[in-house]
Design a protein around this ligand. Structure first.
Ligand code: ATP
Length: 302
């Protein structure tokens, strides 16, 4: 089956096992093409494993992962993907110019103008040795190599993690501008949740190697509600009796005050509750903290 152009990455019962156990198991998801997906999860959730499966560096133990409808290990997929991880694949002895020439030699469809523009915009001398660059400058060169490849899919595995906040924001701005110009699909992992709010329009949250959330960021926020108020004395947990417990992501009680995040659409009955739509960061944090798996909104609200 080929499902271009709407799906960039499709996993079906995807699993990958290492000696120590399953890094990913029974994962089903479809990441949309032309959008920016945030890949979120605690340490060891399986994010890097997923990137390595998508780039063909690893093969699934079970199930399959398709990239634009094809095998990630095929030449078609390899030409369409650029992958950038925290340890950027740069040769310290090369000059910046030599690095870009290397990119041109390795890629049939090299976009020399874009690669040079990205480097020059960072005021990086072309004759500087890569090993003498700052972390931020090296990231810019690595991004120039990635965009020079004219990828359809850009996979970013925390490549900005070692940058100071200002350089990080600048690098993120660079990615966003290039991506908006060309309609590239991006999947980026990050532990800095506040940054994802403005950057990403789709979310895939992994935990313990399983998919906990997959969907459009706005629709996911709309399908949840954060409530706080005085505990309802008629229920054991203090939550409103009309709320389906299957939709509770997390709930905490402090004295008589109850705070909860629910998978729920529609009004919260009673006048003791303040209800508001969660921010994306709030939603992701709640799912990262909680081990509950709430029922889909329609069931929870019923
Ligand atoms: N090559 C490997 N050999 C053995 N185990 C591995 C290998 N790669 C990953 N794992 C294990 O698979 C699990 C998932 O690791 P992975 O690196 O994919 O998580 P992650 O979400 O990227 O974590 P982090 O946020 O810390 O980068 C972990 O338990 C890890 O120890």
């Amino acid at each position: 089956m080929t499902d271009e152009p709407t799906t960039a990455l499709r996993a079906t019962r995807l699993g990958r096992r290492f000696r120590g156990g399953w890094a990913l198991r029974d994962c089903d998801f479809a990441l949309p093409a032309g959008r920016i997906t945030a890949l979120v999860g605690p340490n060891g959730a399986g994010k890097s494993t997923l990137f390595h499966l998508a780039t063909g560096l690893l093969r699934p133990t079970e199930g399959e992962l398709r990239v634009f409808g094809t095998e990630p290990t095929g030449p078609d997929a390899r030409d369409r993907i650029a992958f950038l991880a925290q340890d950027k694949p740069l040769y310290p002895r090369f000059t910046v110019d030599e690095t870009l020439r290397f990119g041109r030699e390795l890629n049939r469809d090299w976009d020399a103008a874009a690669a040079e523009r990205i480097v020059r915009a960072g005021n990086i001398p072309l004759d500087a040795r890569v090993g003498a660059l700052s972390q931020g400058q090296a990231t810019r060169v690595a991004l120039a190599l990635a965009f020079g490849k004219r990828p359809d899919l850009l996979l970013l595995d925390e490549p900005l993690a070692d940058l100071d906040p200002l350089v990080r924001i600048e690098a993120m701005g660079l990615v966003m501008a290039e991506v908006a110009d060309r309609g590239i699909t991006v999947v980026m992992s990050s532990h800095v949740l506040s940054e994802l709010e403005n950057a990403c329009d789709h979310v895939l949250l992994l935990k313990h190697g399983a998919v906990r959330l997959d969907g459009d960021a706005q629709q996911l926020c709309d399908a949840h509600v954060r409530i706080s108020g005085l505990a309802d004395p008629s229920t054991d947990d203090g939550l409103p009796s009309a709320v389906d417990r299957a939709g509770v992501v997390e709930a905490t009680a402090t004295g008589r005050q109850v705070h909860a995040l629910l998978r729920h659409t529609g009004p919260i009955p009673g006048d003791r509750w303040i209800a508001e739509s969660p921010s994306l960061e709030d939603l992701l944090l709640a799912y990262l903290r909680s081990d509950r798996t709430p029922a889909p909104a329609a069931e929870a609200a019923a």
